[in-house]
Design a protein around this ligand. Structure first.
Ligand code: F6P
Length: 320
């Protein structure tokens, strides 16, 4: 391996910059050249490649987002797109690529490996929804950002004795909702994996709480269920309790990464370069049972993960 490329793909996540920094600095320390690929796989198709030296990654460890930009590339899904991308790699002498992103990005890395380019994936998503790993870059920052915002909504909710529905990100997975629900002491958490659409049950719970003297009722709703505004309107009509919806949205994807996200992303970035130098390809770095490990991408993508794996945490909420 002489030249390593690095790209970020899919939804951005705080910690991607520390991961990029670690890839660049580790590779340079091993005497390799580094190229940054802009805008995810699109940059490989449209040839948007930059040379990176140690100063390219100065002053970024504390910054949210990704200095390489990101995209969800439609063109790369096609065979033609993948061939173009591999040609670009060859033209630039890139013989190994580190891809930072979620499951979709790993599928892209798999395709690139099939075109003869060595690839290593790093799990980067705020959603924590990658089966092979207990940690994903960005989740810790996202839940801390959401937790702080929810604390603020809670203050005003109590003052007005209201019910508040707070919608957090997670189109397909309820991990952010579950963590925040526990951290914020919510009365209810609605997880896409579990929600049975029984609004009456929710309404009964709110009325019960009010009878017990509760001053507010916090419901954390995951984006995958959505419809928070309509839900608030119906709850208010049924209970007579003022109800407001707050959708936290993209603020959860931005911001300075937490210590954990900086450190884990740095370790993973360095490990990705080590793997490429050992001649490995088509692998992903993961954090499993307290260890940084790596898996074959095909094996990693075949793994499944369910919120029920966190049964004890879920049961904490159900029993409230
Ligand atoms: O990156 C994960 C995520 O933030 C999900 O929680 C969310 O559903 C999705 O990305 C939103 O994606 P987009 O940026 O395409 O709107």
């Amino acid at each position: 391996i002489k030249t390593i490329g690095v790209l970020t793909s899919g939804g951005d996540a705080p910690g991607m910059n520390p991961a990029i920094r670690a890839v660049v600095r580790t590779a340079l320390a091993k005497g390799l050249k580094v190229k940054g690929i802009l805008k995810g796989y699109n940059g490989l198709i449209s040839d948007e490649i930059i040379d990176m030296d140690r100063h390219s990654v100065s002053d970024i460890i504390q910054r949210g987002g990704t200095i390489l930009y990101t995209a969800r590339s439609m063109e790369f899904m096609t065979q033609e797109g993948q061939e173009k991308a591999a040609d670009t790699c060859r033209r630039h002498g890139i013989d190994g690529i580190v891809v930072i992103g979620g499951d979709g990005s790993f599928r892209g890395a798999q395709k690139l490996a099939a075109q003869g380019i060595n690839t290593i994936g790093l799990p980067g998503t705020i959603d924590l929804d990658i089966a092979c790993t207990d940690y994903t870059i960005g989740f810790d920052t996202a839940v801390n950002t959401a937790m702080e915002a929810i604390d603020k909504v809670r203050d005003t909710s109590t003052s007005h004795e209201r019910c508040s529905i707070i919608e957090v990100m997670g189109r397909n997975a309820g991990y952010i909702a579950l963590w925040c629900g526990i951290a914020n002491g919510a009365e209810d958490i609605l997880l896409p994996e579990r929600y049975n659409n029984d609004e009456q049950e929710l309404i009964n719970h709110i009325i019960e709480g009010r009878k017990k003297g509760k001053k507010h009722h916090l419901i954390i709703n995951a984006e995958g269920i959505g419809h928070s505004t309509g839900m608030a309107r119906r709850i208010e009509a049924a209970t007579g309790i003022e109800t407001r919806a707050t959708i936290l949205g993209y603020m959860q994807r931005g911001g300075s990464p937490t210590c954990k996200d900086r450190v884990y992303a740095s370790v993973m970035g360095a490990k990705a370069v080590d793997l490429l130098c050992e001649g490995k390809s088509n692998r992903v770095v993961a954090y499993k049972n307290g260890q940084f490990v790596d898996y074959d991408i095909d094996e990693a993508l075949a793994m499944t993960k369910d919120i029920d794996d966190y049964e004890f945490m879920v049961s904490l909420m159900i029993s409230k």
